[in-house]
Structures are given as C-alpha cells and as structure tokens.
Design a protein around this ligand. Structure first.
Ligand code: ZN
Length: 192
C-alpha cells in the first residue's frame, strides 16, 4: 500500500510530491549533443517546483526531481559534483538544493558524490538581473578545487538546478578541467 502524499503543484493526492499529471505538463527540453542537458523549460510547473524546492524549504522534492533526471545521465560517469554555494549563503539557506539533487542521483546510480572538491570561495551578488557578459565577469575566479586527486582523469557529472546563461556551470567546468578532470558533463533540471 502506498502512503499518499499531496502533489505540491496541484494539491491532489499523489504517490509522490509531484503527481504524474503535473509531470506531464512540463515542457521538455530538446537536448543537443555536446550541450548541457536539462529536463525541461524553466516555466510553469517546473519553475514553481524549483522555487518551492529552492526557497520554500520543500527539500522533500529532491527525490522526485532527481527521478526526472535519472534517464538523462550520460554513460561512463565516475562521480557527481553539485554546483556549490558559498558557505555564508549555505548558512542563510540551510541547504544547497543542487547538492540534495546530486545526493539523490548518487544514491540511485551508486556513484560517488564529492561535496568537498569544488568550492565557492567568493560570495557573488544575485545574478538574476545581470546580462550574460556581466554574469561571466561576476563569476570569474570564484570557484576553487580541493582534493584534486579525487577528480584526476575522471568523468564528472556536474549538477545544478537551473541553466540560465551558462556562466556558472562553464566556470565550474573550466576550474574542474584545469585540475585535470577528464570530462565534465552538465545536467540541470531546467533551462531558461
Ligand atoms: Zn499535481
């Protein structure tokens, strides 16, 4: 017997925090080879759910949201790394939503999760209202790598919630590759 929960989007009883009919309303992304992969467009149901997950303490959404990503994970991944938050931001927010997603994926796929490799050493202001160029400038040099032996010659799956201009994930990719990771695949829930 299932314990019924309530879908956080439509408030109807459901087997999970996101019901099947709400999942079907998400506009899927047409992923191109060699590009960051994402599940859907950052709008409607998916945008609401990410907002609840990120800002409204609905961290129980990590599991059903990670379920959406499972089939999109490329083959030959060695380890999973989330886009980190600066530690002060982490204290304010209490949790890093990307790390929660990464943790669910690492459990389901039985892949190592590294939370102590990629670090955000400089706090950046909100990127929301900035242009692509401003974002790239803002994010330059804010990430660092510790324990680099862990990622030597590894294929990394980098997890973030939303892909906007790509400035953040590209900077993470650059830093990881400069510390001799082999490949860095980017997977996000949504693309805006
Ligand atoms: Zn629903």
């Amino acid at each position: 017997m299932f314990t019924l929960e309530v879908c956080l989007e439509c408030q109807k009883e459901s087997k999970s925090l996101i019901c099947t009919s709400c999942i079907q309303k998400i506009k899927r992304t047409h992923n191109q080879p060699q590009e960051p992969i994402s599940y859907g467009a950052y709008e409607g149901v998916l945008k609401n759910l990410i907002h609840l997950f990120k800002y409204e303490n609905k961290f129980g959404l990590a599991k059903p949201l990670a379920d959406l990503l499972i089939d999109l994970v490329p083959k030959d991944i060695d380890c999973i790394i989330p886009v980190p938050l600066h530690f002060e931001k982490l204290q304010e927010r209490k949790y890093n939503q990307s790390a929660l997603l990464a943790k669910e994926l690492s459990q389901k796929l039985r892949l190592p999760l590294f939370l102590n490799v990629l670090k955000k050493k400089i706090k950046t202001p909100s990127q929301t209202d900035l242009s692509k160029t401003q974002r790239e400038k803002n994010i330059l040099g804010v990430f660092s790598v510790e324990n680099e032996n862990k990622i030597y010659a590894k294929n990394i799956l980098l997890i973030d919630d939303v892909y906007t201009t790509g400035a953040t994930v590209q900077e993470c990719q650059k830093v990881l590759l400069s510390h001799r990771a082999q490949k860095v695949f980017v997977l996000t829930l949504a693309k805006s």
